[in-house]
Design a protein around this ligand. Structure first.
Ligand SMILES: Cc1ncc(COP(=O)(O)O)c(C=O)c1O
Length: 368
């Protein structure tokens, strides 16, 4: 029997050049926070158009360190979207502060000013807008609210390397931004890794210190810090991936366009607001028949994902600490209906056509 072809949800790109860069580091004898990390940080800062970039052990660590750097305290509140990966909110809890969950809009699954305004309190210290699935949040109104209320904005750009808001790259719009290099992201370091970007000298310096045991000299520690450092091998991979990122993002956009044209009449396809340039970390459709469609595609060798099946405030990890929270209508609807289709820069036209043909077949069958 002929085996069904398999189309994965995402795929990591690897080439000889990257393997050589890794070999070079292996032979160098220096593996943690060295020359490669500094070079990667410099290049990533240039890419985002900011003064500083500081590598961290993950995107989660980047968010955690950012919250420590703004001196978030127990009892403080941080406004976060209810529809995202849990790591947007969990670092807030690690500090003993409180995530205040806010519903998202159903066009881009990002925060809206109306929802944010409703959740402000005297204890609010920061807002974390997430540029979910590679589409930027509408930052101008959020920055205005922050300015009027003396709040810090930390962009969660973990899914949005290279995305643009009104012609500006994300990562330099809020006071701080956090990126992840987990393997499924638009660029990776083939493992865990993250980076913080900022134009603020003091914040950058503080994050550098806290990520490395509060160190100011080899064995002088100014504050109690953590080990949330970054490795040379991963920096070498990151440098190579960053060189290709723009091209990959363009390829993602073209694939998304092809999907849009083929699927527009069958499902709710992703939108791009006129002020945004999205980078399609995920290509996320919406349909009431999500679970059946997913099963049908699986049977036909096509992998899909659900990002995310449970809104963050409904996660047991959150209800255990915060109790039952309600009124996240859009997030709950999204959780029941979203489906991520295969998307990576090397996805071929044949594969795109195959995915679309199978989706079309599913809807024909379902109707009859
Ligand atoms: C929106 C969002 N925030 C935070 C994170 C955390 O990043 P990491 O997995 O690198 O810790 C991720 C990664 O999956 C993410 O997608």
């Amino acid at each position: 029997m002929q085996e069904k072809s398999h189309i994965p949800l995402s795929k990591v790109y690897m080439d000889d050049e990257t393997v050589e860069a890794v070999s070079e580091v292996l032979g160098s004898g220096w593996y943690v926070l060295g020359e490669k990390v500094r070079e990667f940080e410099k290049r990533f800062a240039e890419f985002c158009g900011v003064k500083h970039a500081v590598c961290t052990s993950s995107g989660t660590a980047a968010i955690f360190l950012s919250l420590l750097a703004i001196d978030l305290r127990p009892g403080d509140e941080v406004i976060v979207p209810s529809f995202s990966f849990i790591a947007t909110a969990s670092p807030v809890l690690h500090i003993g502060a409180k995530p205040i969950f806010t519903d998202v809009n159903l066009r881009t699954y990002t925060l809206t000013q109306h929802e944010v305004k409703q959740k402000l309190s005297k204890r609010t210290k920061a807002i974390i807008p997430v540029h979910l699935f590679g589409h930027p949040a509408d930052m101008d109104p959020i920055m205005k609210i922050a300015e009027e209320n003396n709040l810090v904005v930390i962009e969660d750009a973990c899914q949005a390397h290279g995305a643009e808001y009104k012609g500006r790259k994300v990562g330099g719009i809020g006071q701080i931004a956090c990126f992840s290099f987990y393997p499924s992201k638009n660029m990776t370091v083939c493992g865990d890794g993250g980076i913080v970007t900022t134009n603020n000298d003091e914040i950058a310096e503080k994050i550098r210190m806290i990520r490395d045991h509060g160190r100011i000299e080899k064995y002088t520690h100014k504050i109690v810090g953590y080990n949330l450092r970054f490795n040379e091998i991963q920096a070498a991979i990151g440098i190579k991936q960053l060189e290709k990122l723009q091209g990959w993002n363009e390829a993602r956009r073209k694939i998304a366009q092809a999907y849009n044209e083929a699927l527009n009449n069958l499902v709710v396809v992703p939108v791009e607001e006129h002020w945004a340039k999205r980078v399609y970390h995920m290509y996320v459709i919406r349909t009431e028949k999500r679970n059946n469609l997913r099963q049908f595609l699986r049977e036909n060798g096509i992998s899909t994902g659900i990002h995310y099946p449970i809104p963050i405030p409904k996660q047991p990890a959150m209800t255990n600490v915060l109790g039952e929270l309600s009124s996240f209508k859009n997030s709950e609807l999204a959780a029941k209906t979203v489906l991520s289709l295969p998307l990576y820069p090397q996805l071929s036209i044949n594969e795109i056509e195959c995915v679309c043909a199978k989706i079309s077949e599913f809807f024909k069958k379902f109707k009859s």
